[in-house]
Write a protein of this length. Structure first.
Length: 518
């Protein structure tokens, strides 16, 4: 066959694919309004080139909905439909009450099929594997006698590092969360952010967060590209996928092998992996499948870096909030450091943590759900296979729930007239910030506890002041949320702060305590 014939055949195949996509979009289009798209590519250019959308998707979709006079916005991309809901009423009705329909995940060619990210619970398709994995994950994360002591020790080690004067707070936070995950999961206590376990974890976070590098995720738009050889011109995404697959494999295998080796020697520290392996091996079902499932799960434990960084910036920008939080803690602690015995006993600190989650949700658009069947909502048709998003950024700014001045950082909005946490607002927050239905984040309690303990410990021990940007200029708290990086994880802009112990007594307290946990 001649080169011309091959080229003609390839071109015909591509043209046929485009025609299939066009007819599929015409047949399966949602009846919710949205921006007018183009033939074949739909709204792909809107997603790639609309500056407000690229800069702040939560706000852009909210504004799009207002322009369309609709609570939801519909978009089309090659081979798929997107539907973004901006109001809690729809999200609770569909993603929570009808979760059996809205519980799947989209096909992620790059992340799952090429990188191997389908071993992580948040990205799994809804099937029997997901159900079994989620059940085991719940068993793990409710093992408080292992998890909470490691949370406390990781936070105390953070206090010691801050006390020693290093200003590299972001590295300290990464080390602390990695410390907690590794010590809880595997009994490994890293001493430096440069250790392989920590660096590997950070690399994975970057890889999973790389959809903003759109050229590397072109296979999600055109799945057939995954079959291109790595040497093909422009196929650099193939090398990215191969590198990521090795990172995922190492993150699962290496620390787990460490636990098995330590258990064989009789020197294993208490950890979720050791606890689970022992329970399986000593129980009636010692199947290798369950051991491997535990291996995948321990690698799925996430972290709260973004929320902790946001806390540090916002508490420095609002000294009046910091002073109130310190006073509330001082009235309870009486010269000691916070522990989980103080959990839910200091309302103002709880309100600060709530406001952190509300003000800048970690994933502004959440993780997309996919409809398993056709559905109808208030007369609007929603076809099977639609990617459905709950716009967390907009949902957590509904004035009907959270009150006025919604773009300001005001912890008091979560307190009632008696100074206690408002149960209604508290319910709406945690029924929104961590997802819905059968896809609610299984690690939400860990994230909540970790941010609370970190915030309470920093408030009790340090004054955090003088927030400045990369140019050394003071940061204005007005409009700071607009400067957050919003895709796909919400991150505050680069900043530095001054961290000083509140008193010599506090400094002595940290040093005395840390000798027991280092």
């Amino acid at each position: 066959m001649s080169d011309i014939s091959l080229a003609w055949g390839a071109a015909s195949g591509i043209a046929l694919l485009f025609l299939i996509v066009v007819f599929k979009q015409r047949a399966d289009k949602s009846t919710y309004p949205g921006p007018r798209g183009w033939p074949i590519i739909g709204n792909l250019l809107d997603l790639r080139s609309t500056q407000p959308l690229l800069k702040h998707p939560g706000k852009a979709f909210r504004d799009w909905g207002r322009q369309c006079a609709s609570r939801a916005v519909s978009l089309q991309i090659p081979g798929a439909s997107m539907l973004v809901f901006n109001h809690i009423k729809d999200v609770q009705e569909l993603l929570a009450k009808r979760s059996t329909i809205y519980t799947d995940r989209p096909r992620a060619v790059m992340l799952n099929e090429m990188m191997g990210g389908d071993s992580l619970l948040p990205f799994m398709k809804y099937n029997e594997r997901f159900k079994v994995t989620r059940k085991i994950f719940h068993q793990l994360t409710t093992t408080k006698e292992i998890v909470r002591p490691n949370q406390v020790q990781a936070v105390r080690r953070l206090l010691r590092r801050l006390l020693d004067g290093s200003s590299d707070y972001d590295k300290h936070v990464r080390l602390m969360t990695g410390d907690f995950i590794l010590s809880s999961s595997y009994g490994i206590t890293p001493q430096s952010a440069e250790e392989p376990y920590i660096k590997r974890s950070n690399n994975l976070v970057i890889l999973v967060s790389e959809p903003n590098q759109r050229d590397k995720y072109i296979a999600d738009v055109f799945p057939w590209l995954k079959y291109l050889p790595a040497w093909f011109p422009g196929a650099t995404f193939k090398k990215t996928a191969l590198d990521a697959r090795q990172h995922f494999a190492d993150a699962r295998e290496l620390p787990f092998q460490h636990v098995q080796d330590q258990m064989a020697k009789g020197t294993a520290k208490p950890s979720l992996a050791a606890h689970f392996i022992d329970a399986i091996q000593s129980g009636p079902d010692s199947s290798e499948v369950k051991v491997r499932k535990m291996n995948e799960l321990a690698a799925s434990l996430g972290n709260t870096n973004a929320a902790i960084w946001s806390y540090i910036l916002l508490i420095a920008l609002h000294p009046e909030v910091q002073r109130k939080g310190q006073a509330a803690l001082d009235n309870v602690l009486n010269g000691r450091l916070p522990t989980f015995e103080d959990w839910n006993t200091i309302p103002y600190v709880d309100a600060i943590v709530n406001e952190i989650f509300r003000y800048s949700p970690i994933t502004p658009l959440g993780v997309p759900h996919v409809t398993r069947t056709d559905d109808v909502n208030e007369g609007h048709f929603i076809p099977k296979g639609t990617m459905v998003f709950g716009n967390l950024w907009a949902l957590l700014r509904e004035e009907e729930i959270y009150g006025p001045n919604i773009d300001e950082f005001i912890p008091e909005r979560f307190l009632n007239q008696e100074g206690q946490v408002d149960s209604t607002k508290n319910y709406y927050l945690y029924d929104t910030a961590f997802g819905w239905g059968r896809r609610i984040c299984p690690g939400k309690d860990l994230a909540h506890e970790m941010l609370w303990l970190t915030a309470a410990s920093l408030l009790a021990t340090f004054d955090i002041t003088n927030p400045v940007d990369a140019d050394g200029k003071p940061i204005d708290p007005v409009g700071i949320n607009d400067k957050y990086t919003q895709r796909p994880v919400s991150m505050p802009p680069f900043f530095t702060v001054t961290v000083k112990p509140r008193s010599p007594v506090v400094e002595s307290l940290i040093r005395e305590d840390i000798e027991e946990v280092f």
